[in-house]
Design a protein around this ligand. Structure first.
Ligand SMILES: [Ca+2]
Ligand SMILES: [Ca+2]
Ligand SMILES: [Ca+2]
Ligand SMILES: [Ca+2]
Length: 323
């Protein structure tokens, strides 16, 4: 057989084999593997040589041109900084490797998929390490306030799995929602009635924990300020006072000081006094009350009438627009 005829036979054989063989390969390696770590034997795993019969194998061998016969990691791979893996739960790097027949100039492209598996090398991180939140004491049990959750660059179990709240004996719990892009949000839920007049603020810690081994935790220091509503009326120390005053008390003299307190804040707790409109005109003509101090003083001379004491009704109001 002439040389030219042999070449034509080999050429046809090579084309046929490439068409029927599935040469795609898959390897799985962890991210951050050491340089020179072994990945796989592309020459063997591609089955280019093994799938040929013995006589063919003697004549047909392939060399891997743009990679070694064996593949190794040539640089550290950080899954979280690979564009292909962004916002994805799987991380596959497609690589084309070219094989060349050693007895000809025939080439074959081998598609290799290298899956980079995640390791837990990031901790959950809140956008800010501390923040403050104002909550009205009017918030009913079950209402919630959203908080921007922690971000963990890792995926799957290595991402944020749960949140916890410290300390435990507060009127709050947490509600955790996880999104497909790996981010999450957490809401502070009011679990018991708030009362600013009892506790006007809380210093909390929200902990975000991933599911890696070992686990990592991110912490947010959260200051909750309870804002006021006008939920308390002014209250007098006593509902009724009984006092005796001399008849010759000089006009404009203070005969008594009433005192009411209101535990609310600012205007909601600012007490002013006035005579109630629900009493006789005679009382209104003889007595007056200092609006801010509660001092009851006389406007006219007093007249002693046996069995008929003066009955003065004083009102206390707070300064809230809506009482
Ligand atoms: Ca993590
Ligand atoms: Ca990772
Ligand atoms: Ca009040
Ligand atoms: Ca209040």
């Amino acid at each position: 057989m002439k040389n030219g005829e042999i070449c034509n036979y080999v050429y046809c054989c090579v084309l046929f084999r490439f068409h029927v063989l599935s040469l795609d390969l898959s390897y799985t390696i962890p991210e951050e593997g050491n340089i020179s770590s072994y990945i796989g034997n592309v020459a063997n795993d591609s089955s280019l040589n093994q799938s040929l019969n013995v006589s063919e194998r003697n004549n047909m061998k392939y060399t891997i041109l743009d990679a070694d016969e064996f593949s190794y990691i040539s640089k550290r791979l950080d899954r979280e900084s690979l564009q292909e893996c962004e916002f994805s739960t799987s991380c596959d790097l497609p690589i084309d490797i070219v094989a060349q027949s050693i007895i000809g100039t025939f080439f074959k492209k081998i598609k290799v998929k290298i899956t980079i598996t995640d390791i837990n090398d990031h901790e959950p991180k809140f956008p800010e390490s501390s923040m403050s939140l104002e909550l009205s004491e009017a918030f009913v049990v079950g209402s919630s306030s959203p908080i921007v959750g922690a971000v963990d660059m890792d995926s799957g179990d290595n991402a944020v799995q749960k949140y916890s709240l410290k300390p435990k004996d507060t009127p709050f719990t947490l509600n955790f929602v996880k999104y497909v892009d790996g981010s999450s949000s957490v809401s502070l839920v009011v679990s018991k009635k708030l009362d600013r007049e009892t506790v006007d603020g809380y210093q909390l810690q929200i902990l975000a924990e991933d599911g890696g081994n070992p686990k990592f935790t991110g912490t947010l220091d959260l200051t909750v300020i309870i804002t006021d509503i006008n939920d308390n009326p002014p209250l007098f120390n006593q509902s009724t006072y009984s006092i005796s005053v001399r008849e010759d008390t000089a006009v404009s003299s203070t005969v008594f000081n009433v005192k009411a307190t209101d535990p609310d804040l600012n205007k909601n707790g600012m007490v002013t006094y006035k005579l109630s409109p629900h009493q006789s005109d005679n009382i209104k003509q003889i007595f007056a009350v200092n609006r801010s101090t509660g001092s009851i003083f006389t406007l006219k001379p007093l007249v002693y009438t046996p069995g008929e004491p003066y009955k003065i009704i004083v009102e206390a109001n707070d300064g809230a627009t809506i009482p």
